[in-house]
Design a binder for this molecule. Structure first.
Ligand code: ZN
Ligand code: ZN
Length: 609
């Protein structure tokens, strides 16, 4: 099993640890300290050795930050995590505050006195983050001070060792472009911009560039490493040698100079001595890099990580890999749905049983490397918690008359998957059917959208919300995110959301996952991955348009569809999608599952629903 269901909430250790940190503050002459969730790479998942926020506060969510002052402490989390934080964190030690309603800078303004010094670890905060916070604090006559070393590490006894996950080459038959070619393309980007070098700090950018995969963090097959790309010279990659077998060493050594992580400072100094122009991504690179380079004499230029767009635009080999991964994953999910339909009404299925069974069907494919994130397996009211993670104490039975929401995905060498289905256990209420159908309309609006070149994710996000808004409903998350190719299940730069400022480009794989959540009652989400097609002429039209092709293959629960609410086009889309699913998945199923799918994918008509 890749997933575990342990309860990790333990608020009891917080007070003692915070007391120790306060002693450390006095020792270092600081009035407070910032503790972010992020590690040096700003990734979604961090290794146990970097779980500083969780160690100090008890809070284990994927985003958040704490501040500890001499006589106050606060934990800042977003709306997804307030319930979880209250359960995991000692409320007498930490005030739990929700961003963006309460801003960290505003809270600090109220809590710090003029002349106070707030410490931070420059390896854990981005350049932009420190700039914004520094400006806000300067207005209040307080100062941000970079600490030497990390203050939490200084008091963290038996801190886990840094991971040594083995690195494997990501073969050309999956990557579609050699590392040498990718490096040459990136170097051309640097030359064109007049930059001498750039530092890569995002683990998925490094994995993509060098065609390597690792196992240092959960769910995302990346190695923890840094790299310097030179416009003219061979790249340098900084990686613990113990992660490299002969195969990986040969593969990497052919395109890069392999150095130990300890040599990173020296290489940055060399760039400084050469007065090099070094490109850094202010939103993704840690402040420490900017300081080290500037001190050594380098000139910093600011631009996004050059890997972001080429990594997001999948090549023909990656696209064909994604189709194979989707077929394989769709078979596993369809077998799970067929099993669920018989097992759940018979009783005895709970959220953990279901999540285990789903992972078992994926493992059965023989190709599963990892699950792409912890399965969200939410029955009834738990389905309304958007980032729900089932544990033994929250585990709930799948009961008749309730909805069950399951959001899950797999990591396969040819592709990463992410799919959500919402299932009626027993007969659904009219309200459930109506709202499910509104979410389905939202999903179809994205699946069938056409849009011109230059369209950003934020431009099409309202298409998904239209049907819900008309009914006075909405959902509090983005409609879609980018997905990597055997990489991060949440990949930039594009997203279909209010904040989706990046343009949507051909070859990108995005999720299409509108939802609706009734707190304390049920949650609905329908998620497929879609591939952005090339610009194409529209019959009778004047401007070429892009559109999406749905890649995910698994039936959508037709018992939850109120046909009368669908337009003819929407109904035709659903029936065509189900015909596609039946045609692709059906031949790979055993008899019982195949008959189940035949019924589950049967066309809906206006008269019989
Ligand atoms: Zn998902
Ligand atoms: Zn998703």
């Amino acid at each position: 099993m890749f997933q575990n269901f342990d309860d990790i909430a333990d608020p009891s250790r917080g007070p003692l640890r915070v007391a120790k940190l306060r002693e450390q503050l006095v020792h270092d002459g600081l009035d407070g300290y910032l503790i972010p969730r992020a590690d040096e790479h700003q990734g979604e998942y961090v290794p146990p050795s970097a779980e500083r926020l969780s160690w100090l506060t008890g809070f284990s969510g994927s985003a958040g930050a704490a501040v500890v002052l001499a006589d106050a402490a606060a934990l800042f989390v977003d709306g997804r995590y307030t319930v979880q934080a209250r359960a995991q964190v000692d409320a007498d030690t930490f005030e739990i505050l929700q961003v963006p309603n309460t801003k960290l800078s505003a809270w600090l303004g109220d809590s710090l006195k003029a002349g106070d010094k707030l410490g931070y670890d420059p390896r854990l905060h981005t350049i932009a983050e420190i700039e914004r916070l520094g400006e806000a604090l300067a207005k209040q006559d307080t100062e941000l001070v970079a600490s030497r070393g990390n203050l939490v590490d200084a008091i963290w006894q038996d801190r886990p060792a840094e991971p040594l996950g083995q690195i494997a080459p990501h073969e050309l038959r999956f990557a579609g472009q050699s590392a040498a070619d990718k490096i040459a393309d990136l170097q051309a980007q640097l030359v064109e911009a007049g930059d001498d070098a750039t530092v890569l700090t995002l683990t998925d950018s490094i994995a993509w560039t060098f065609n390597i995969r690792g196992s240092d963090v959960a769910h995302t097959p990346v190695p923890l490493a840094f790299a310097i790309l030179h416009a003219q010279d061979r790249p340098e990659i900084f990686i613990d040698e113990r992660k490299l077998g002969d195969n990986a060493r040969g593969h990497l050594g052919a395109v890069a100079t392999i150095r130990s992580p300890e040599e990173l400072s020296d290489s940055l100094s060399r760039l400084g001595q050469a007065e090099a122009r070094v490109r850094l991504d202010p939103n993704r690179t840690a402040q420490w890099f900017a300081e080290a380079l500037e001190e050594a004499g380098a000139l910093i230029t600011r631009a996004p990580d050059p890997c972001l767009t080429p990594k997001a635009r999948k090549n023909a080999v990656e696209i064909s890999g994604a189709r194979k991964a989707q077929l394989r994953d769709g078979i596993a999910v369809t077998r799970f749905l067929a099993w669920l339909d018989i097992a759940a009404p018979a009783g005895g299925v709970d959220e953990i049983v279901a999540a285990k069974k789903l992972e078992e069907f994926r493992s059965d494919t023989g190709e599963l490397k990892e699950i792409s994130f912890d399965t969200i397996s939410g029955a009834g009211p738990n389905g309304a918690i958007v980032h729900y993670r089932v544990t033994r104490s929250t585990n709930r039975a799948l009961a008749p008359g309730e909805l069950y929401l399951v959001d899950s995905g797999g990591q396969y060498e040819d592709g990463t998957t992410d799919i959500t289905r919402t299932i009626a256990i027993g007969g659904p209420s009219d309200e459930m059917r109506t709202r499910f159908t509104l979410v389905l309309k939202a999903h179809i609006a994205i699946a069938t959208a056409r849009f011109p070149q230059g369209t950003r994710g934020c431009d099409i996000d309202p298409l998904a919300r239209h049907a819900l808004w008309q009914a006075g409903l909405d959902f509090d998350h983005g409609t879609g995110h980018g997905v990597g190719s055997y990489l991060s299940v949440h990949e930039g730069p594009a997203s279909i959301s209010k904040r989706g400022a990046a343009e949507i480009e051909p070859g990108m794989i995005l999720s299409n996952e509108p939802g609706y959540y009734k707190e304390g009652a049920y949650g609905i989400r329908i998620e497929n991955l879609v591939l952005v097609g090339e610009l194409e002429d529209v019959a009778g039209g004047e401007r070429p348009m892009m559109s999406f092709e749905t890649l995910t293959l698994a039936p959508i629960d037709r018992r939850l569809v109120a046909v009368s609410l669908l337009s003819d086009d929407e109904l035709a889309w659903l029936n065509a999608y189900h015909a596609l699913v039946a045609g692709e998945i059906g031949p790979h199923l055993q008899d019982d599952d195949r008959s189940w799918l035949k019924a589950a994918a049967k066309p809906l008509t206006r008269t019989a629903s």
